[in-house]
Design a protein around this ligand. Structure first.
Ligand code: B12
Length: 210
């Protein structure tokens, strides 16, 4: 089994210590840092995302995998060349007002970060004004909104309207996601895109600003 395969397996199994050991091993062997992230750590997390989707893995396991992956990413990050992680663009991401769910949003943020985007994480319960301030301040190309409740998903529309009022709607692509969100809803409220999971979200960001 290659190092990458072993690393992916350790991420899938949520074995943080093993991920750290294997990551260190790859670093010692001089493996390209970006490759450790993309071919090892993220590969594992992609499998986790797919298994979660079909009901083969559950939230606590997903969290353990995410934690294990982050531990590996944190070790590799300082080794990346300047700009290697931040050259692809800036994404502001957060969970909308009134909503405290952040597991999926964190996964999306982590995966975007590991794929080379600068991610500004606004946390949970984020008001439209806070999103707008962050988009302006960081000159973000993408705004990612997460909602897990049917009641809070409606505030995504408010944020899009507020972007229009501020005159910056055309400066930023709005991407939405979360369990109750669909492409139909995205079309309805005038979002630029919807993605059902972290891997597709990363792909979509690439397509939107790539
Ligand atoms: C864990 C959980 C909680 C935890 C949250 C912990 C945390 N730190 O996030 C706690 C216990 C706090 C919680 C609280 C509540 N919850 Co809750 N919760 C869940 C649960 C079981 C899992 C959500 C989750 O983390 N999934 C795992 C992640 C990986 O998946 P995900 O969030 O869908 O994210 C993926 C995609 O959606 C997408 N994605 C997510 N965000 C984004 C953003 C962008 C930009 C993109 C592109 C993609 C994207 O990519 C992610 C990764 O693959 C769901 C059930 C469910 N089926 O969703 C209920 C659920 C969402 N909760 C629900 C409810 C009702 C509540 C409460 C109101 C309960 C209560 N009565 O107190 C409160 C609300 C608190 C609040 N104000 O937000 C309901 C919502 C019903 C509805 N239709 O609105 C659900 C559906 C459960 C149910 N069947 O009743 N909850």
């Amino acid at each position: 089994m290659s190092n990458f395969e072993e690393l992916s397996k350790a991420v899938i199994a949520g074995q943080e210590q093993k991920v750290k050991e294997l990551t260190q091993l790859s670093i010692n062997e001089g493996v390209d840092p970006l490759s450790i992230i993309n071919d090892g750590l993220i590969q594992g997390m992609n499998v986790v995302g797919q298994r979660f989707k079909v009901g083969d893995m559950f939230v606590p396991e997903v969290l353990m995998s995410a934690r294990a992956m982050s531990a590996g990413v944190a070790m590799v990050k300082p080794l990346l060349l300047d700009g290697q992680m931040t050259s692809k663009g800036t994404v502001v991401i957060g969970t909308v007002k009134g909503d405290l769910h952040d597991i999926g949003k964190n996964l999306v943020g982590m995966m975007l970060e590991s794929s080379g985007y600068q991610v500004i994480d606004m946390g949970v319960d984020t008001a439209s004004e806070e999103f707008i301030a962050a988009v302006k301040e960081n000159k973000a190309q993408v705004l990612g909104l997460s909602a897990l409740l049917t009641t809070t998903m409606l505030s995504m529309k408010d944020t899009i309207e507020a972007l229009k009022e501020e005159g910056i709607r055309n400066d930023v692509k709005v991407l939405i996601g979360g369990a109750p969100i669909s492409q139909t809803f995205a079309d309805e409220i005038g979002a630029d895109g919807f993605a059902p999971d972290a891997a597709s979200a990363t792909e979509l960001v690439g397509r939107l600003i790539g």
